[in-house]
Design a protein around this ligand. Structure first.
Ligand SMILES: Nc1ncnc2c1ncn2[C@@H]1O[C@H](COP(=O)(O)OP(=O)(O)OP(=O)(O)O)[C@@H](O)[C@H]1O
Length: 248
């Protein structure tokens, strides 16, 4: 679904990424972790097509329309109801209003927001708002979902609930996911593979972990697997090591 080869990219004279390679197969859930400021968001934005690499290539197995984005800041319009916000993308794609509303309501319901379609974003809790943002992306049936710390603003309990629901939905829909996160437990509990990016400048992928946990997966239950602790310890250790060795 996605093949990144030898990507290099900088801001001004600083080369943030140098020679980054990664692959995401169709239906996989892959996370990208690394030290703060290493270039994770830069890499995701490059994959999303928002930044142009100075070197290297990106091959996507789907069209731009089939890519969904979920960033830390949601894209809800404050003057539109939850239903209208979710329906907006379908309306832009030419769906008639009634049909778009019906589909939007169905997705709000799947995300546990039944009956809240008439509320405006400021009338929703933080968790409900995130669920509307998720419905806004999923209603467009993305084949590849790119997420950059989408639930970072939520408290631990809400975050766990929303990610649990997200995982069930992407498994059901067969959506391929690339997630940037600083939360190692989140990365290990959700993913099939985790990539570790080195400390920048000139960051590159230094490690890849292939996780043995089956699907469909309960991201809470998987933490009780004794192998989970082993992976977590290894990832922590390697993240600590790369954080200490910045490129000269
Ligand atoms: N628009 C920009 N102009 C100049 N430098 C930038 C810009 N955006 C990011 N940077 C720099 O590029 C480097 C990588 O930033 P990026 O946000 O990609 O890292 P990150 O790994 O996502 O960080 P974090 O984990 O803290 O969110 C940092 O040193 C940052 O200061």
């Amino acid at each position: 679904m996605l093949e990144v080869q030898g990507i290099s990219l900088g801001y001004g004279s600083t080369l943030v990424l140098e020679g980054v390679d990664l692959r995401v197969e169709a239906g996989e859930f892959v996370s990208l972790v690394g030290p703060s400021g290493s270039g994770k968001s830069t890499l995701l934005r490059t994959i999303a097509g928002l930044l142009t690499p100075q070197k290297g290539s990106i091959r996507r197995g789907c069209t731009q329309e089939e890519i969904g984005f979920l960033f830390q800041e949601d894209a809800l319009l404050p003057w539109r109801t939850a239903r209208d916000n979710v329906a907006l993308g379908l309306r832009i794609r030419g769906w008639p209003k009634e049909q778009a509303w019906k589909e939007a309501e169905a997705w709000l319901e799947r995300l546990g927001l039944e009956g809240l379609g008439n509320r405006f974003p400021h009338q929703l809790s933080g968790g409900q708002r995130k669920r509307v943002a998720l419905a806004q992306v999923l209603v467009l049936k993305p084949r590849l979902l790119l997420m950059d710390e989408p639930f970072a603003s939520l408290d631990a309990i809400l975050r766990t609930q929303v990610t649990q629901d997200l995982l069930a939905l992407v498994e059901e829909e067969g959506i391929t996911v690339l997630l940037v996160t600083h939360d190692l437990e989140e990365a290990l509990s959700l993913s099939d593979r985790v990539y570790l990016l080195s400390q920048g400048p000139r960051a590159r992928i230094v490690q890849e972990y292939r996780l043995p946990f089956p699907r469909p997966r309960d991201p809470i239950g998987v933490k009780a697997d004794p192998r989970f602790g082993t992976y977590l310890q290894r990832l922590w250790q390697e993240l600590k090591e790369v954080s200490l060795c910045a490129a000269p």
